[in-house]
Design a binder for this molecule. Structure first.
Ligand code: PEP
Length: 250
């Protein structure tokens, strides 16, 4: 059975003071969350030592928003998977649509990052999703299958035993627009069916998260869907009350 997961993506937000405040509110508010879901926060990398100190002995996991596809070397500004592991990260986002669009993360690069994360025992959360233009051209599934296939080709289908997939329609990210539960369920079911073509057991057990303007008030409808195993939350994850509210819905 897929594990329930609620993950927060803080993007490029926060100060030392605001992170300490947010983490302390999450620790208090999510003390007993491990029976509900695995909670993960993805912070700007510079705050990860702070998370290691604060979340070190709690059930809340943390990670980075991207990772280099290289081991180490002359890659100015990049962060290696081994470095994240050194700071006890357990998860990492790969292929977030903002990375794909703004930082030239092609499907092949995303696949390399996925492989590199697993090499250092980090669980990748692979983000996939279509733009509005692609949805309107009826290309949603073709685009997502291409994004998945690039990773399957590189890592093999078995790699998804230690990975999570987040379906994030680009048109719903940070826009306040959410896919309806039925729209999201339709894509999640199609992702499972696509994976089942490679390995039925992997398809049944991989956690499929939905992302795109998830809030406590729309989470109920989304989490009622059979193939939605949790959420990747952007904006609302910066507000402790809203994020805890979403965890409580699951
Ligand atoms: C995201 O950044 O992954 C995301 C889903 O953002 P938001 O919840 O703000 O739409």
């Amino acid at each position: 059975m897929p594990q329930k997961i609620i993950a927060g993506n803080w993007k490029m937000h926060g100060t030392k003071a605001s992170v300490v405040e947010l983490v302390s509110a999450l620790r208090t508010g999510l003390e007993d969350s491990s029976s509900l879901a695995q909670v993960i926060v993805f912070a700007p990398t510079v705050f990860i030592p702070l998370l290691e100190a604060e979340f070190g002995n709690s059930d809340i996991a943390y990670g980075a928003q991207t990772v280099s596809e290289y081991n180490e070397g002359a890659y100015t500004g990049e962060i290696a998977a081994s470095m994240l592991k050194d700071f006890e990260c357990r998860y990492v986002l790969v292929g977030h649509s903002e990375r794909r669009a703004l930082f030239v993360a092609t499907n092949e690069k995303v696949a390399e990052k996925f492989v590199q994360a697993q090499k250092y025992d980090l669980t990748p959360i692979l983000c996939v999703g279509e733009t509005l233009k692609q949805r309107e051209a009826n290309e949603t599934l073709a685009i997502i299958e291409k994004q998945l296939k690039a990773v399957i080709d590189k890592a093999g289908i078995a790699a998804f035993r230690n990975a999570v997939i987040a379906y994030e329609p680009v048109w719903a990210i940070g826009t306040g627009e959410t896919a309806s539960p039925e729209q999201a369920q339709g894509v999640h079911a199609a992702i499972r069916a696509f994976l089942a073509g490679f390995d039925a057991d992997v398809a049944t057990n991989v956690s499929l998260l939905y992302g795109g303007s998830v809030k406590p008030d729309n989470a109920t409808g989304l989490f009622a869907m059979v193939d939605i195993d949790g959420a990747l939350v952007g904006g609302a994850s910066l507000d402790a009350e809203k994020f805890i509210g979403i965890v409580n819905v699951i």
